[in-house]
Ligand binder design. Sequence first.
Ligand SMILES: Cc1cc2nc3c(=O)[nH]c(=O)nc-3n(C[C@H](O)[C@H](O)[C@H](O)COP(=O)(O)OP(=O)(O)OC[C@H]3O[C@@H](n4cnc5c(N)ncnc54)[C@H](O)[C@@H]3O)c2cc1C
Length: 413
Amino acid sequence: MPRDDTYPIPARSDNATSFDALVIGAGFSGLYQLLCLRDRLGLSVRLLEAGDGVGGTWYWNRYPGARCDSESHSYAYYFSDELLQEWTWSERYPEQPEILRYLNYVTDRFDLRRDIGFGARVSEARYDEAANRWHVTTESGERYDAKFLITAVGCLSSANIPNIPGLDGFRGAWYHTGQWPHDGVDFTGTRVGMIGTGSTGIQAAPVIAETAAHLTVFQRTANYSIPARNAPLSDEFKRWMKENAAELRGIMQSTPNGHPFRIEDRSAHEVTQEERQAIYEAAWEKGGLQFRAAFRDLLVDKEANDTAAEFIKEKIREVEGQGHRRETGRYRPSVRHQAAADRHLVFRDVQPRQRHLGRCARDADRMHHPGRNPDARRRRAQARHHRFCDRLRRDDRAAAADEHPRKGRAALA
Ligand SMILES: Cc1cc2nc3c(=O)[nH]c(=O)nc-3n(C[C@H](O)[C@H](O)[C@H](O)COP(=O)(O)OP(=O)(O)OC[C@H]3O[C@@H](n4cnc5c(N)ncnc54)[C@H](O)[C@@H]3O)c2cc1C
């Protein structure tokens, strides 16, 4: 949004609609803001949302395998005891459709929809200091003014489309996980390249691989992950969640991580190597984010963190060994990616020549299936491929120089 102080503040005569408060974004945060401002403070409120429905993150991120990695009994509103009793989650980590259903349920349960304007992307917000009011304009030219402006626009709602040379001319289909088509994508029998192995890539890869003829995963920097151990919730656990909602709320509000478990009050340095190994093994078996709460200093002490990183690396080596023995009958330490049981993906360093992106994948494809005029096509494709990879290697070297201080540490979230 422009920050030029000389920009003229629109006069009130510009047909702006006035409210006490405006909220931008209909995700978890914006919906709750609307409810609090309207129903608790009695203000007149309008919520403006770019999408055509509520849900925010969960409205846009519909890629295969999308689910949260906080546990369901914590990834929910706790402001209403009735709501906590009414809603029942089905899995330890709910999938995107279930979370979207939940947010639609909350919207209707608290009659929020009537105060939301959908398809309203805010393009401008200016504060008139003299009048003590915000002037807000949407892309379609609607104007609003209000005393209070709450920007609940999320931390991940702006899709980052990478600047890949040749993307415009790419003849295949391409998608961004944060702007996934609402009617889904059928990958059956297709060759798919996936760029990125953060938490989204880790979720999407095994599901895409189920139907695609071939999946190539491209990664620049390896991430380590803990098995999620996702499973349907038992009736006993569902009952326990509801009966202990007040206590769970208390834990989440009093721990620095906001999760429904406490961080252990012990240092990774206080215990023997054998005790530490046993603690990590138990946390690994349990799965999920609680792993990082096994010791109080894992996220603040490099040497403590190294003990966790080393444990995880050892687990990855075990998976690599199994995977490669399965595939090739012998162990090779340099592995591009491995899908382990229970949908847990482990990614390791990629060989430089594997770090090519969409265009190269297509060219590499042509090298194997050159069609007519094979020699000339192959030579041209190879030359393009090498030019492109050289450029990426230069980018990688620059990125590696930036990232060097973080290298070798475990990213546990
Ligand atoms: C796959 C995935 C898994 C995640 N898992 C977890 C998890 O397990 N635990 C956790 O804590 N967090 C998780 N997150 C983070 C998640 O983003 C937050 O938990 C939460 O949903 C953010 O809610 P929000 O309301 O702040 O923002 P959002 O849900 O991002 O909502 C922001 C809304 O603002 C709208 N908006 C933005 N700009 C404008 C504009 N200019 N005009 C109008 N509207 C606009 C967007 O369209 C969007 O609907 C996950 C995110 C993803 C993508």
